[in-house]
Ligand binder design. Structure first.
Ligand code: ADP
Ligand code: ZN
Length: 722
């Protein structure tokens, strides 16, 4: 047999099929070890065939298969080529996405444990062999037992039993089971008529994609679970995607309670071994539901019946490392392959998705009410300009302080949201104006009070706190801009009796970092949860009746066409954490810009109004979805080489733009907004293209523009324009 092999090297020079001779044991989709030039490398078998044009004296043979099974299934082999072409990357890079990373690095080991069982129905022991007798009795009672347990209890008795032929010890594969402890009560609600309608509408739709636009608390999760359960009943499998942080204890326990072992969870917080085992369970069909963040869209499930993308507007669905895929695009290809439904859900769909639904390309289901007609929380706007005029220089407005008092007095819980970690955002010298900056990045440093140091939020480097200004020697160091640590310390002054938890990147490291905090808050071990956008998503805390948005304007003034949309989404999501159970919720939104239209629409939960305003503006200015933003990034260790690469791509792109000027609405080269990160110089060519703009040619223009120290790549509608 002849195998067509793609070698696992991410370089365009070797991004082609190589033929190898092989035996019958080699199957399509297997990872194999092959001779390659003077090296030995891993490769993927894309196809088997009878003949090759390679002359027999030159034809090499596959050494062996890496695994006894094909790691890539037929669907992956069918789709990989299209994804590679779409994102203009070597096939090997796309194939890797379908595998757990640890499999390639050889760290994915299967775990084996010794089990003991009896081999004789009856056994006789001399009187003195008490331990052996007891061990044997234990085996009779329990059947198969982990050998370790027997050894611990009965010492050397097990070996004696084996020697006498009364027992046998065998190694067996065991699956590591993440979140073993997280099993909730089985809370299966009878669907409300609105939920029932949504389920039926999805199932009967003649469109592949359906958008469920349902306000926060409208019971979307229950709809997803019902859709999944129905597909399982039909013998199919499912993929359920959530933003990383939404893998909350509640969500996990709900899924475990409902689907038990049938759900496999793929999550960056798992250990390498756990992730590998979950992947294996899916591949072998032992688990039928793949749940996870972005990368779970590549889960090795067969016969897929439904794919769900919850919180579809979330920025984390766009990959920021090569291949820079969009989760929706991959999910759509898979859904088309399986002929199954793709369901998108959100309380605040992205403008682009909503437009496609409105125009009839996607099905659209709208849920306007919360479960049991619970009211949406009332929103109070606190005008911070007025607070300042009244002499309140603290970070809490009078209305927020008052409502916090009330909330604590009634024994309820509150969430305070501020999208900035650390104590204060910048540290500056009031004498000369010096601002403390990172040595490796073009950004100011944030003061962290717990460690009493300055940290760079881009590269993580920490610096000693300043005792004097390094520029002028002045002693007047000022802190500006509040972060979550400062909120906590101010809260402690204001409400010394309140128990406060903080959730941000600094407090959630480790495997179950954020689960621990959420669990603790959920168990009412704290009264107030202070956090960054991590607190916004998906959580369902029944006792939370107050949400404070400390700085609603913060995201509004980023130079990004989506800043208004992001702010609307974030406010709606955070506000949606309040009043989810029996008591009515409240929200206080602090702003210096109370007339801002985005905030106005957000406080009245007027998505439709927001959308109409936003889409009209995007149409008038020709921004997405009416155009596509394409950014070519040039990132280099040496400024000179980076600039050279920038010139090279720019010249090539200029030629494209000259050929079809009408397709380039905007075209310019410049520094990236952050000029340097981790000692790498950053430049960009920013373009806005009409539909049908020459995207493949732009990708091709980047080929060979970089060098060893300079990376050149394309981003489409990037979710982060810094
Ligand atoms: P969403 O995802 O739309 O924000 P959730 O799915 O979290 O909303 O549901 C909100 C709350 O309503 C949850 O506490 C959930 O347990 C509850 N819920 C969902 N469906 C029902 C139902 N049919 N009957 C009673 N309670 C329900
Ligand atoms: Zn830095």
């Amino acid at each position: 047999m002849i195998a067509e092999v793609i070698v696992d090297i991410a370089h365009s020079d070797v991004d082609k099929i190589f033929d190898y001779a092989c035996g019958e044991e080699i199957l399509a989709g297997m990872r194999v070890v092959v001779p390659f030039g003077r090296n030995t490398v891993t490769g993927f078998v894309m196809r088997l065939k009878e003949q090759t044009d390679v002359p027999p004296e030159k034809l090499k043979r596959i050494y062996r298969a890496e695994e006894a099974y094909p790691a890539l299934n037929a669907e992956c082999l069918a789709l990989a080529g299209r994804l590679a072409a779409r994102y203009h990357v070597p096939l090997a890079l796309v194939l890797r996405l379908f595998l757990p990373a640890e499999m390639r690095t050889g760290k994915a080991s299967e775990r084996y444990v010794e089990f003991a069982r009896k081999t004789q129905a009856e056994a006789v022991f001399p009187k003195s062999a008490k331990a052996q007798q007891a061990a044997y009795a234990y085996l009779c009672e329990h059947g198969e037992v982990q050998a370790g347990i027997l050894r611990e209890r009965f010492g050397g008795a097990l070996s004696a039993l084996v020697k006498k032929g009364y027992a046998a010890v065998e190694k067996k594969r065991v699956m590591r089971d993440p979140y073993r402890g997280v099993v909730g009560k089985k809370a299966e609600h009878p669907l409300t008529p609105a939920q029932r309608y949504a389920v039926t509408a999805v199932e009967r739709s003649d469109r592949t994609v359906t958008l469920i636009h349902g306000v926060t608390g409208s019971g979307k999760t229950e709809i997803y679970l019902t859709l999944i359960a129905e597909q399982l009943r039909q013998g199919k499998s499912a993929v359920f995607l959530v933003p990383e942080i939404s893998l909350t204890p509640q969500m996990l326990s709900q899924l475990r309670a409902r689907f038990g072992e049938n759900a496999a969870i793929l999550h960056s917080g798992l250990s390498a071994g756990e992730r590998f085992d979950e992947w294996c369970r899916l591949r072998e069909g032992k688990a039928k539901i793949a749940i996870g963040a972005r990368s779970a869209v590549f889960a090795p499930v067969e016969n897929v019946g439904v794919i769900i993308i919850d919180e579809e507007h979330d920025g984390s669905y766009t990959s920021e490392t090569s291949p820079r895929y969009n989760t929706f695009d991959v999910a759509y290809l898979r859904a088309a392959y399986h002929g199954c439904k793709l369901v998108l859900g959100s309380a605040t769909p992205s403008v682009e998705t909503y437009r496609r639904a409105k125009e009839g390309e996607f099905g659209l289901i709208t849920l306007k009410e919360r479960i049991n007609r619970r009211p949406m929380p009332d929103v109070t706007i606190a005008d911070m300009r007025r607070e300042v005029r009244r002499g309140n220089a603290t970070i809490f407005s009078a209305p927020l302080r008052e409502k916090l008092e009330g909330c604590l007095a009634s024994g309820n819980q509150a969430i305070l949201f501020l999208n900035r970690r650390g104590y204060s955002q910048t540290v500056l010298c009031t004498t000369c104006g010096y601002v403390a900056k990172c040595e490796q990045c073009d950004v100011s440093l944030t003061y962290h009070s717990e460690e009493n140091c300055l940290k760079c939020h881009y590269c993580g480097t920490s610096y000693h706190m300043l005792s004097a200004c390094p520029q002028c020697g002045g002693k007047h160091i000022n802190y500006a801009g509040t972060g979550t640590q400062k909120v906590v310390s101010e809260l402690k002054k204001l409400f010394p009796q309140a128990r406060v938890l903080r959730m941000d990147n600094d407090t959630t490291s480790g495997k179950e970092g954020h689960l621990k905090i959420l669990r603790s808050f959920s168990a009412h071990e704290a009264d107030i949860l202070v956090g960054t956008q991590m607190v916004a998503k998906g959580h369902d805390f029944p006792s939370v009746t107050l949400v404070g948005i400390l700085d609603a304007d913060m995201g509004l003034h980023f130079p990004d066409y989506r800043s208004g949309e992001r702010t609307f989404q974030l406010i709606t999501q955070v506000a949606g954490r309040s009043g989810r159970a029996s008591e009515k919720g409240e929200v206080v939104l602090q702003t210096y810009d109370p007339e801002n239209y985005i905030l106005r629409f957000a406080v009245t939960y007027d998505y439709e109004g927001f959308y109409k305003h936003e889409i009209a503006m995007r149409a008038a200015t020709m921004f997405p979805p009416f155009a596509r933003i394409v950014r070519v990034m040039v990132v280099g260790e040496e400024d000179k080489q980076a600039l050279e690469a920038l010139r090279t791509v720019y010249t090539r792109l200029q030629a494209l733009a000259a050929r079809e000027p009408e397709k380039f609405l905007f075209f310019n080269k410049m520094h990236a907004p952050i000029k340097r990160i981790q000692n790498k110089f950053r430049y960009q060519v920013l373009m806005r293209l009409t539909d049908g703009g020459p995207l493949p040619e732009i990708y091709a223009a980047c080929d060979g523009a970089g060098d060893k120290t300079t990376l050149v790549y394309v981003e489409e509608n990037p979710s982060n324009l810094s």
